[in-house]
Design a protein around this ligand. Structure first.
Ligand code: BGC
Length: 344
C-alpha cells in the first residue's frame, strides 16, 4: 500500500516537473494553437504606451483585468512605450521602476489565465531614424526578453507596433532578422508576434519577410477601414479632414461588407500560402462615430476574422475607442455584445 502511494507521488512529481518545464522553458509551442488561445482579446491602450502612464487618461487597475476576464475575453495586448523609460545612450538601461510596473500588469494578466501580447509601442524615434536607433532597439529587446524569459508560454512578445515613416518594408524585414536573433538567445521557445510595414497594414503582407526556419511566429495586421469612418474626428491622424468625416456611418451594406471580406480573404490566402497564423492586433472605431454604426462594424470585423481563423484584439479597453466606459464604470453594451455575442 505504502509502495503504491510512493509510486503515485513519484509519478505526480514527475508529471508536475514535465508540465512546468514545458510551460516555462521547455518545448516549442504550436503557433496555430497559441493563436487559437489568443482568441478574442482587447488592447489595454492609452496606458503604458503614453509618454507617462496616466498622461492619456488611463492608469491600469487590477479591476480592469477582472472586468475583461468576466466579459469572456481570452487575451489582452499590453502596449508599452519602453523607449521613454530607458537611457538614451549605451547601455540603454530600462528603468527598474518601469519594469516593476510592467511586471505588475503582466502578472495581473497571466494570473487570470489570459494569453498576453506584450509589445513595444510608439518608439517614435526609430520610425524616423531606423539605422540610428537599431542598436538601442536591440538592446531594449535584449533586456525585455531576458527579464521575462522564465514566464510561461502564454506570454508573447510583439517586437514593434506599426512600423511607419522611414522604417519601410525592407529595413523592417532586416530589423526583424536582427531582433529575432537577439530574442531567440534567451527565449528559444517564445511565441512572437510580428506585423507588416506601413502601420501593420494588411495590404503589406506580401512585403513582409520572415525567417523561414522560425515557425513560432504569429503575424499581426491592424484593420481600421474605412478610415474615414473609424477615425472620424480623430485629432491625431494628421489631416484636418478628420473633423469633416464626422457623421460617416457604417451600415453593413453589401458593398461595405464585401470590401472587408476581400481584404480578409487576401490575408487568409497569404497565411495559407506562408503557413503562418494571423491575428488582427488592432481594430476599432473612435467614439465620435455613432454607436449603432460602431457596433455593426465591430461585430462584422470580429465575425469575419473568426471565420478566417484569425484571432483578434480590439482597440481598446477604456479610452477613446473604449469598449468600457471608465468614467461611468460600465461596459459600452453594444460594443461588448458586438465583440462577445451572448451565447444562444
Ligand atoms: C495607436 C493609437 C491610436 C490607434 C488608433 C494605435 O496603434 O497606437 O495611439 O489611437 O492606433 O489610431
Amino acid at each position: 500500500m505504502i509502495k503504491i502511494t510512493k509510486v503515485c507521488v513519484y509519478v505526480e512529481v514527475l508529471f508536475l516537473l514535465i508540465c512546468s518545464a514545458c510551460n516555462a522553458v521547455g518545448s516549442r509551442p504550436d503557433p496555430f494553437k497559441q493563436n487559437e488561445l489568443l482568441g478574442r482579446g482587447v488592447n489595454l491602450g492609452n496606458a503604458l504606451e503614453a509618454p507617462m502612464e496616466g498622461q492619456w487618461g488611463v492608469t491600469l487597475e487590477a479591476e480592469y483585468f477582472e472586468l475583461i476576464q468576466g466579459a469572456g475575453f481570452n487575451s489582452v495586448r499590453i502596449p508599452v512605450r519602453w523607449s521613454a523609460h530607458a537611457l538614451k545612450d549605451k547601455p540603454y538601461t530600462i528603468e527598474a521602476s518601469f519594469f516593476k510596473r510592467v511586471d505588475w500588469a503582466v502578472e495581473q494578466a497571466l494570473s487570470r489565465g489570459f494569453h498576453v501580447i506584450l509589445n513595444m509601442h510608439h518608439y517614435e524615434e526609430i520610425y524616423i531614424d531606423p539605422a540610428g536607433h537599431q542598436q538601442r532597439f536591440l538592446a531594449l529587446w535584449e533586456q525585455i526578453a531576458g527579464h521575462y524569459k522564465d514566464q510561461p508560454a502564454n506570454l508573447l512578445f510583439e517586437f514593434l507596433n506599426e512600423p511607419n515613416k522611414n522604417l519601410k518594408a525592407e529595413p523592417w524585414n532586416q530589423l526583424i532578422e536582427e531582433v529575432l536573433k537577439v530574442v531567440r538567445r534567451s527565449n528559444p521557445y517564445r511565441t512572437v508576434v510580428i506585423g507588416p510595414a506601413s502601420w501593420n497594414n494588411i495590404d503589406f503582407l506580401d512585403k513582409l519577410r520572415l525567417p523561414d526556419a522560425d515557425r513560432n511566429i504569429i503575424v499581426s495586421c491592424h484593420y481600421y477601414k474605412p478610415f474615414e469612418f473609424t477615425h472620424q474626428g480623430a485629432s491625431w491622424v494628421g489631416t484636418s479632414a478628420a473633423k469633416d468625416w464626422i457623421g460617416t456611418q457604417w451600415s453593413g451594406t453589401e458593398k461595405e461588407g464585401q470590401a472587408i471580406i476581400e481584404d480578409f480573404e487576401k490575408a487568409r490566402v497569404w497565411a495559407q500560402k506562408n503557413k503562418r497564423p494571423v491575428n488582427i492586433g488592432e481594430f476599432g472605431s473612435y467614439s465620435k462615430a455613432d454607436m449603432a454604426s460602431r457596433a455593426l462594424w465591430t461585430a462584422f470585423i470580429a465575425r469575419q476574422a473568426e471565420k478566417k481563423g484569425f484571432s483578434w484584439t480590439y482597440w481598446e479597453f477604456c479610452a477613446g475607442f473604449g469598449v468600457y466606459d471608465r468614467q461611468e464604470k460600465r461596459w459600452n453594451e453594444p460594443l461588448v455584445r458586438a465583440l462577445i455575442p451572448p451565447e444562444k
